[in-house]
Write a protein that binds this ligand. Structure first.
Ligand SMILES: [Zn+2]
Length: 214
């Protein structure tokens, strides 16, 4: 599995393209922008799925363009699907009300769903807190979590937006830290981290556990 990162200039949002080397198939996670570099990458790959960690504008603004080029299936949880065609819900006012090109889901994601390209399998974990329909994508074989705006290095996503909920965030964090073993964590903004680093160094997780047991 090959992972490429494309960060947006303005919002610092991380878009990932995951390629299964054996089949040559790819998927794209959170195309929140669309510039020349991303266009070139998208056109040169065989992208089967557009996976969304949630529906905020800075994670979906490039979805319609990627869909047009690739015909890939747009996947999002039901609770955030409305964001694909409602600018009040995707919070585009935070970017000066720039309209987001409307799309809709091809696949509604549920807990435990598996997205497969060749030998690469990503499982869906529903992780409400930042938004009601937030999800993480977990690759067990490669020990990677694409965490969207749920988990960041040392912190978590805001819970004060429309469908955010701090109590749901804490419940989500409990589920994430109780996964077995360590994972690389690739977030929706900012640098890469690991689940172990966050078990010990994340402000919100430390607030829950005081000291996470070694
Ligand atoms: Zn967000």
């Amino acid at each position: 599995m090959k992972i490429e990162i494309f960060s947006s200039f303005d919002m610092g949002e991380n878009c990932y393209i995951v390629t299964d080397e054996k089949s040559g198939e790819s998927l794209i996670i959170d195309p929140g922008h669309f510039d020349g570099e991303l266009k070139e990458a998208v056109e040169s790959k065989n992208i089967k799925y557009i996976l969304l960690t949630h529906g905020h504008f800075d994670h979906i603004a490039g979805v319609a363009r990627v869909k047009k080029i690739t015909g890939a299936k747009i996947c999002i949880a039901e609770e955030d699907e409305i964001c694909l065609h409602d600018d009040d819900e995707n919070l585009s006012y935070l970017a000066g009300n720039v309209p987001i090109e409307k799309t809709s889901a091809d696949i509604i994601l549920n807990e435990g769903d598996k997205i497969v390209i060749g030998d690469t399998v990503l499982s869906v974990m529903k992780t409400p807190g930042h938004s009601k329909g937030s999800v993480c994508y977990i690759c067990e074989a490669e020990r990677v979590i694409f965490s969207g705006d749920t988990l960041f290095k040392k912190t978590v996503g805001r819970t004060d937006f429309k469908t955010g909920d701090i109590n749901e965030m804490y419940a989500t964090l409990k589920r994430l830290v109780s996964l077995d073993g360590d994972y690389d964590v690739l977030s929706g903004h900012g640098p890469e981290t690991t689940l172990d680093q966050e078990r010990h160094g994340n402000l919100y997780i430390r607030r829950m556990y005081k000291h996470y047991p070694d």
